[in-house]
Design a protein around this ligand. Structure first.
Ligand code: UD1
Ligand code: CA
Length: 505
């Protein structure tokens, strides 16, 4: 990912993400809560990386181990990148105080200005941020803050302006007078600050407020008092600026992010039969002319090709699907790969390591685990195949099951090209069915079957003439309510009366 240059100024970024997020009522640090499949911190870091040309520093504190573990995995996407630990969360100003020396210690990375943003505003867009940075530079301001006007400003810092509309200071909700509380322009918590001013201002912060915290917002008044230029970039998309403090806010962000993703897909040529009921994670790719029916969920790193149809209520997680694939209703695909022209479902469960080659067919109530199905092969009904490799043009009959687990370890099954397996076959692994072999229905395969052989393990059938009728007669006469039944009393024999049975269901 490369930084987009905004003018000639070098920009470093700080993301404040150390707060506890008490109102989430969660064991998980707030910034790790997911929006469209990604921790909200990912959005802040991605945005910072897109806009900054120098170091992106993330301040972590509450639950820092978990946050650091996550950032470690994603680090490569955000370089140059630093994690800053704020041991005690003494306020947003204190958080910036911790990050500042980290961003400035390496001379070769020296920044002219700092972008500061909260880790809990995942809906903020690159457009808005870039406009704000551009405005800051064109105004030659020392400090620019992002603001918006909302009908319910409670809880936010308010923007106090002077008689000619100039920004004077930010007052926090708790510190505000009744009159100030009526101000509906709020501080989003996103700032661009000149490096020279920021360094000095940070050393002058004092925790003189209702919460006894160091407020970063105090630097606005400081700049004004020093006669420096402070401007506000007012965005009219206030949804974008939503800070996530509760699960309710999280749901708002989730809905909006999914709406954006669905819109992006539609603009790229994907049909969504009901965009309100399709759930696609950030980062999922879907090809042109693919149709997604209501209730489809595409999660994680899933990639879908062109011209596919994914029917209702199917969930695909970290799966790859080629072109022209049909996935029928109610399928679950987890870390599975499905090649071009295959047909899956309805009600198929492809567990991790399932690989369906071109034009394969996996039908109703089939579960696969770590199983490869060769080109044009079919597993159409009621099967479980685990740790199996199937060649081309194989037919696996209804109810066929691999017995791949002996209570201790897993064993492999190999089914070579052009094999025909009849219905209700058990394959006791490890076992190999040679090319072109035929397995008779009902067979329990316990040893390898050579190529082109017929494998059969069935007890020979015998028919006892008249035995069924005789048995029925005996049972009918010895049953305790046999008399009542013969007299046709419906009350006395519910079990044997089909009509009565139906009524009682
Ligand atoms: C802050 C602003 C407020 C603004 C609002 C927008 C201040 C004093 N107030 O208030 O004007 O309207 O954001 O959402 O800045 N954090 C740390 N370390 C700390 C404290 C907080 O990293 O010691 C992080 C939090 O994780 C969070 C961000 O800073 O991501 C904002 O902190 P929060 O406590 O939510 O500030 P607000 O009270 O919402
Ligand atoms: Ca907040």
């Amino acid at each position: 990912m490369t930084g987009v240059m905004s003018g000639k100024k070098n920009t470093a970024a700080m993301i404040l993400a150390a707060g506890q997020g008490t109102r989430m009522k969660s064991a998980l640090p707030k910034v790790l809560h997911r929006v469209a499949g990604r921790p909200m911190l990912w959005y802040a870091a991605t945005l910072a990386r897109q806009v900054a040309t120098r170091t992106v520093a993330i301040v972590v504190g509450h639950g820092s181990e978990q946050v650091q573990t996550y950032l470690e995995q994603e680090k490569a996407n955000f370089e140059p990148f630093e994690v800053v630990i704020q041991e005690k969360q003494l306020g947003t100003g204190h958080a910036v105080q911790q990050a500042y020396p980290v961003c400035t210690r390496n001379d070769s990375r020296q920044a002219d200005q700092f972008l500061i943003l909260n880790g809990d505003t995942p809906l903020l867009t690159q457009d808005t941020l870039t406009s704000m940075v551009d405005y800051h530079q064109s105004e030659e301001a020392s400090l620019t803050l992002l603001t918006t006007v909302i009908p319910e400003p409670r809880g936010y810092g308010r923007v106090v302006r002077g008689p000619s509309g100039e920004v004077r200071r930010i007052v926090e909700d708790r510190d505000a007078s009744a009159e100030e509380r009526n101000i509906s322009e709020i501080n989003v918590g996103t700032y661009v600050v000149e490096a020279g001013f920021l360094g000095k201002a940070l050393s002058q912060l004092r925790p003189q407020n209702a919460q006894g915290e160091y407020y970063i917002t105090d630097i606005i008044q400081m700049a004004v008092q020093q006669g420096l230029k402070v401007v506000a970039w007012v965005t009219n998309d206030s949804l974008e600026t939503t800070g996530i403090n509760t699960r309710e806010h999280l749901a708002v962000a989730e809905k909006e992010m999914r709406r954006r993703i669905c819109r992006r897909l539609m603009l790229a040529g994907v049909t969504l039969l009901d965009p309100d009921r399709v759930i696609v994670d950030e980062g999922v790719e879907v090809g042109r002319d693919t149709s997604l029916y209501p209730g489809v969920m595409l999660e994680g790193r899933t990639v879908i090709g062109d011209n596919c149809i994914i029917h209702s209520n199917s969930r695909l997680n970290n799966s790859l699907v080629g072109n022209n694939v049909v996935i029928q209703d109610s399928c679950v695909l987890l870390e599975a790969t499905v090649e071009e022209g295959a047909v899956i479902g309805p009600f198929a469960h492809l567990r991790p390591g399932s690989l369906i080659h071109r034009k394969g067919k996996i039908g109703n109530f089939v579960e696969l685990k770590h199983t490869e199905v060769g080109e044009g092969s079919k597993v159409n009904h009621l099967s479980y195949l685990g740790d199996t490799v199937i060649g081309r043009n194989v037919n696996v009959g209804a109810g066929t099951i691999t017995c791949n687990y002996d209570g201790f370890g897993k064993a492999q099954t190999r089914i070579e090209d052009n094999v025909f397996i009849g219905s209700d076959v058990q394959l006791i692994a490890p076992v190999t069915i040679g090319e072109g072999a035929l397995i008779a229905a009902g067979t329990t395969v316990t040893k390898n079957v050579p190529p082109n052989a017929l494998g059969i393990s069935r007890v020979a059938q015998i028919n006892k003439e008249g035995a069924a009728a005789k048995r029925r007669e005996i049972l009918a006469s010895s049953a305790p309510n046999a008399k009542a039944k013969q007299q046709g009393d419906p009350e006395s024999s519910p079990r044997l009366n089909p009509q009565r049975q139906k009524d009682s269901v």
